[in-house]
Write a protein that binds this ligand. Structure first.
Ligand code: SAH
Length: 267
């Protein structure tokens, strides 16, 4: 039995953003890592064509967590990453969108550093930017909005001491992009209107943005909740609130979803 006096050489974990779905939006760095990974541990929002790009010899682990069907607890995922880094050279932790935007990338990175594992982040295009763009909605525009806020709608508005200050947002941000907000939309809308946001403020929901199944729902603070109920509009979707949503009418017809090249890229 031999004992090594030196520190074992652990592998490295890359915390990689896969973007919102369209594989054409993957960074070159992410693509290169997918080609060289020994193991890929991905979440539920990574799109099938991107998973299809992973080399056939690479082990793929689904750590996907979707609302109501948690497949792995966050601590277990961090533990799994540590174990995999001890057994492999290149470990890719692949997340939908950007790892540091509502992706718990910060927690995972801290956990890995505490365990002495080398880790590097590779940003991805976040849904708030890409799904908006593919719906023909620029999140800022010189004439309509000079600020944009990304906010989580997952924590219930109106709950005791909510972390999101919806009334400050109603006053201070011209474009609000809400992640994980579909289930709470009724509370969010009423908080924003109570804080003085006009009932006619336009709202867009974009579901499965940049994927072939992308769907949009356009309304106002007054009618969007009713529309969601009537159309049975489901998550995952982002909500965009603000005057920039009016540009949808003009820009959606020329968005990448309607480009003849788009389906070729997806294939
Ligand atoms: N890290 C991701 C966000 C994870 S939180 C990112 O940067 O995009 C999960 C939420 O992101 C979903 O509930 C939804 O609100 C949003 N989301 C992720 N992918 C999406 C997509 N393709 N289209 C619309 N919304 C999406």
């Amino acid at each position: 039995m031999s004992h090594s006096l030196t520190q074992p050489a652990f592998g490295k974990v890359y915390l990689v953003g896969a973007g919102p779905g369209d594989p054409g939006l993957l960074t070159l760095k992410a693509k290169g890592l997918l080609e060289h990974a020994d193991v890929v541990i991905h979440d539920a929002l990574v799109s099938p064509p991107i998973l299809g790009m992973i080399c056939e010899h690479t082990r793929i682990i689904d750590a996907g967590k979707r609302r109501g069907r948690h497949s792995m607890a966050q601590e277990d995922i961090t533990q799994l990453l540590i174990e995999q880094a001890k057994a492999n050279a290149v470990v890719v932790r692949l997340k939908g969108g950007d790892p540091f935007v509502f992706g718990r990338g910060g927690e995972e990175m801290m956990g890995l550093l505490e365990a002495g594992i080398d880790v590097e982040v590779v940003p991805g295009i976040t849904a708030g930017i890409a799904a908006s763009a593919y719906a023909g909605i620029p999140v800022t525009h010189r004439d309509y909005s000079s600020s944009v806020t990304f906010v989580t709608g997952h924590e219930a508005a109106g709950k005791y001491r909510p972390q999101v200050n919806w009334s400050a947002l109603a006053q201070g941000s011209e474009t609000i992009v809400i992640y994980m907000g579909v289930h709470n939309l009724v509370n969010i809308v009423s908080e924003l209107m109570a804080a003085g946001m006009g009932p006619d403020t336009p709202v867009a929901l974009v579901r499965w943005g940049t994927r072939p199944e992308q769907e949009e729902l356009i309304g106002t603070l007054t009618n969007i909740v009713r529309q969601v109920e009537e159309t049975q509009f489901q998550a995952p979707a982002i909500a965009i609130i603000g005057r920039v949503v009016n540009l949808y009418e003009v820009l959606a017809p020329v968005s990448p979803m309607h480009s003849p090249h788009w389906s070729a890229v997806q294939a």
